[in-house]
Design a protein around this ligand. Structure first.
Ligand code: KG4
Ligand code: ZN
Length: 338
C-alpha cells in the first residue's frame, strides 16, 4: 500500500519490450518504464526470439528498479504482481514469469498471470476512467487482429481473428517490400500522409458474408506484383502513394468489420488496442464511421497502445478483484487464446 492505495506491479516481456508498469487502485498510472530492444532487432529486420530472451534477462531487474523509483515507492509497497504469461515468444515470456514468481514468493504477495491480449484492452481503463465493460474490442497488433466482444473485465468472446497475417505483420511486410524498413507500421503511416490512397487498387478481403475473420497475407503479394509491373513498364514507384493505398485497404476492412460487430451486438462503444491502433488513418476513419451510428471510439495514447507493463498491472488488478490468482507452477503459454 502507498498512501492508502493498492499497488500493482505489472510485468510485460512477451516480445521485444521489457516493460514494467505500476498502478494505484488499478487505474492510476504511477510508472511506465519500457526498455525497447528495437534497435538490436532492426539489424535483423524483425524480432530474433533468442536475442529477445537474453536481453529481457539482462534488463529486467534494472527496469523494475527504475519503475519503483518513478512511482516513488519500494518493492515493500507492492500488493500484487501481474505478469503477461502468453501469448508471445516462449523464452521471452519465461523471463517475466520467473521474475514475477520470485518477487511474489520473496514478498509473500499474490501473483496473477495475465493474458497479454486482455492487457492490451485494459490499457484503455487507465486513460478513460469512466470506461467499463461491456463494449466491442478491436485488438490490432503485430501478432494479432481480433474482434472481441468484451462482456466483463477480462471476460471476452472472440468474434473473429486473422486467418493468416496480423494487421501489424502486414504493415511490417509491405513496408519491407516497398523499402521503408522495420518496424513498418509507423513508417507506412508517415509516408501515407503524403500519398494518394486511391493511387493503387489493393483488393479488400472480407471473406464470407458475416465473418469477423481477416486475411491480410495477400497484400504483400499485391504490393510486390504492383512494384514488378511498374518496374517492367519503366515507371517510377511512388512509395507514398503505395503506402497510402495499402494502408487504406487494411484500415477500411478493420473499420467496417469492427463497426459491423458493434452494430450486430448492440455495443455503443468500440475500444481499440494494440500497436496498430496508433495508426492515424485507422483512428480517423473509425471515428468517422462509428459516429454515423452513434458509436463512441476509445483508444489509448500511442505509448499505451504498444506493449507496456501498465496494461498488465491494470488487467491483473481486475482479475485479483474477481478472486483470481496464479500459483508458482504458472508456465508461459505462447499460444494462449483470448
Ligand atoms: O502491440 P504491439 O506493440 O506489439 C505486439 O505485436 O504485441 O504492435 C506492434 C505492431 C507492429 O507490427 C507495428 O508495425 C505496428 O504495431 N504499428 C503500427 C503503427 N505503430 C505500430 N501499424 C500501423 N500504423 C502505426 N502507426
Ligand atoms: Zn502486444
Amino acid at each position: 500500500m502507498l498512501n492508502g492505495k493498492h499497488i500493482t506491479l505489472g510485468i510485460e516481456s512477451s516480445c521485444d519490450e521489457t516493460a514494467i508498469g505500476i498502478v494505484a487502485n488499478g487505474r492510476e498510472m504511477l510508472a511506465n518504464v519500457i526498455s525497447s530492444q528495437i534497435d538490436i532487432h532492426t539489424e535483423y529486420g524483425g524480432v530474433v526470439p533468442e536475442i529477445a530472451s537474453r536481453k529481457h534477462l539482462e534488463n529486467i531487474n534494472a527496469v523494475i528498479d527504475k519503475a519503483l523509483e518513478e512511482a516513488g515507492c519500494t518493492i515493500d509497497d507492492v500488493d500484487l504482481i501481474g505478469v503477461a504469461y502468453g501469448p508471445g515468444l516462449v523464452g521471452a515470456l519465461l523471463i517475466g514469469v520467473a521474475a514475477a514468481k520470485a518477487i511474489a514468493y520473496a514478498k509473500d504477495i499474490p501473483l496473477v498471470g495475465v493474458n497479454h491480449m486482455h492487457g492490451h484492452i485494459a490499457a484503455n481503463y487507465i486513460e478513460h476512467l469512466e470506461l467499463e465493460p461491456p463494449f466491442m474490442g478491436l485488438v490490432v497488433s503485430g501478432g494479432h487482429t481480433n474482434i472481441i466482444n468484451v462482456k466483463e473485465y477480462n471476460t471476452c468472446e472472440k468474434l473473429g481473428g486473422t486467418r493468416d497475417d496480423a494487421a501489424g505483420e502486414a504493415f511490417d511486410k509491405v513496408a519491407r517490400v516497398i523499402g521503408l524498413g522495420y518496424p513498418g507500421g509507423p513508417k507506412v503511416d508517415k509516408a501515407a500522409k503524403s500519398g494518394n490512397k486511391d493511387a493503387v487498387a489493393f483488393k479488400r478481403v472480407y471473406l464470407e458474408n458475416g465473418s469477423y475473420d481477416f486475411s491480410f497475407s495477400g497484400l504483400k503479394t499485391q504490393a510486390l506484383n504492383y512494384i514488378n509491373t511498374e518496374r517492367q513498364t519503366g515507371r517510377e514507384i511512388n512509395v507514398n502513394d503505395l503506402a497510402a493505398s495499402f494502408q487504406e485497404a487494411v484500415v477500411e476492412v478493420l473499420v467496417n468489420k469492427a463497426v459491423g460487430a458493434a452494430l450486430e451486438f448492440g455495443q455503443k462503444r468500440i475500444v481499440m488496442a494494440g500497436g496498430v491502433s496508433s495508426n492515424s488513418r485507422l483512428r480517423e476513419l473509425i471515428t468517422e464511421e462509428a459516429a454515423k451510428h452513434g458509436i463512441e471510439i476509445c483508444v489509448p495514447s500511442p505509448i499505451l497502445c504498444t506493449d507496456n507493463g501498465v496494461m498488465i498491472a491494470c488487467s491483473a488488478y481486475y482479475a485479483h478483484l474477481k478472486g483470481e490468482s496464479s500459483g508458482y507452477d504458472m508456465d508461459a503459454v505462447p499460444g494462449l487464446e483470448f
